[in-house]
Design a protein around this ligand. Structure first.
Ligand code: PEP
Ligand code: MG
Length: 327
């Protein structure tokens, strides 16, 4: 199997009916950029900038953020990197950042990610400046985590745009282009896509958080790990709606949660119309192998049918379908 993955490293991830699938990796440290070379992935679809903060004893300043972002962009070369702004707070708390004196009972639904960044805008300004400087002369791709209402996206984007002006006024070299995106992790945002999609350049579905919020089931609780299935009709119907809305608005959509790194789940996502994924580096080989043996039109037709009339056990049905079709 390893030899098989090795052999397809330089081959495109394309289905048997020639639908190109983009396979990127999730990363968080400078060393992770090496996995691009090793796996033959198309880029970094999710760079978790909070990792640098989590492994540091003191708050990383603008200079050290800048160094990291530059290193990652240099290592990626021509391949795109999507930087996600800080997803800290909640359970990813930092000893050097005060939580405002409140201990949260439900940290994953608490004051975290973009909520914290917007309230502590000095932090976000420093990060925006570091990203803008690091991407001078290149394309900067930024996305915001845990956007719950469109105004949060607007405010975050405005904050970045103000830092672009700051860079301009200081005659600092600017990125060639900046693309802004939002993560869809909070179900409420899916109801606002008509307002949100026209305003952004891309959207990325974080299935880890999204599914925990859809099922109201803590993603870290081992007692619930087996209880609900990512391949449940509720999740799949929800995802189908989001994927269709993005497609209709012609905005690129990527799926970057753990779900898309599993071959059967990823096959189902392709069946829903998704074509861009960002996954853990170890999954690139298995996902590419699956894609290269899959007929996209056939799985789409099958998923349409199953979404309309869900079988008792979609996971089982998908497994059987994959076996019959030699995926
Ligand atoms: C997600 O929630 O699916 C996601 C990709 O972000 P994280 O796992 O970092 O919360
Ligand atoms: Mg998340």
């Amino acid at each position: 199997r390893r030899a098989q993955f090795e052999a397809i490293r330089s081959l495109p991830a394309e289905t048997t009916d020639r639908v190109p699938i983009s396979v990127m990796v999730n990363a968080g440290l400078a060393e992770d950029a090496l996995s691009l070379e090793l796996t033959g992935a198309d880029g970094i679809g999710l760079f978790r900038t909070e990792f640098q903060f989590l492994v540091s004893a003191t708050m990383p300043g603008r200079e050290s953020q800048l160094r990291l972002y530059k290193k990652v962009l240099d290592a990626a070369g021509d391949k795109p990197v999507v930087f996600r702004t800080l997803d800290i707070g909640g359970d990813k708390s930092l000893p050097y950042l005060s939580s405002g004196g409140e201990e949260a009972e439900n940290p994953s639904m608490g004051w975290r990610a973009l909520r914290l960044s917007l309230d502590r805008s000095t932090l976000m300004k420093a990060q925006a400046r570091a990203l803008i400087q690091a991407a001078a002369g290149r394309v900067l791709r930024v996305m915001f985590p845990m956007v719950s209402e469109p105004w949060e996206y607007e405010q975050a984007r405005a904050l970045f745009e103000a830092q672009v002006q700051w860079a301009e006024q200081g005659n600092r070299p600017l990125p060639r282009l900046i693309e802004y995106g939002a993560m869809l992790e909070v179900p409420a945002l899916a109801e606002m896509l008509d307002q949100l999609l026209p305003r952004l350049d891309f959207i990325s579905i974080g299935t880890n958080d999204l599914t925990q919020f859809l099922f109201a089931a803590d993603r870290g609780d081992p007692r619930l790990a087996e209880r609900y299935d990512w391949l449940s009709p509720a999740i799949l119907r929800f995802l189908k709606r989001v994927i269709t809305a993005a497609r209709e608005s012609e905005k690129p959509l990527r799926v970057c949660g753990e779900m898309s790194g599993r071959p059967l789940e990823c096959m189902a996502l392709i069946g829903l119309g998704a074509e861009n994924f960002s996954i853990t580096p170890a999954a690139v080989g298995p996902i590419k192998a699956m894609v290269r043996s899959l007929d996209a039109a056939a799985i789409r037709a099958r998923m349409d049918h199953w979404l309309a009339r869900p079988p008792n056990d979609i996971r089982r049905a998908l497994t059987d379908w994959a076996r019959r079709h030699r995926v």
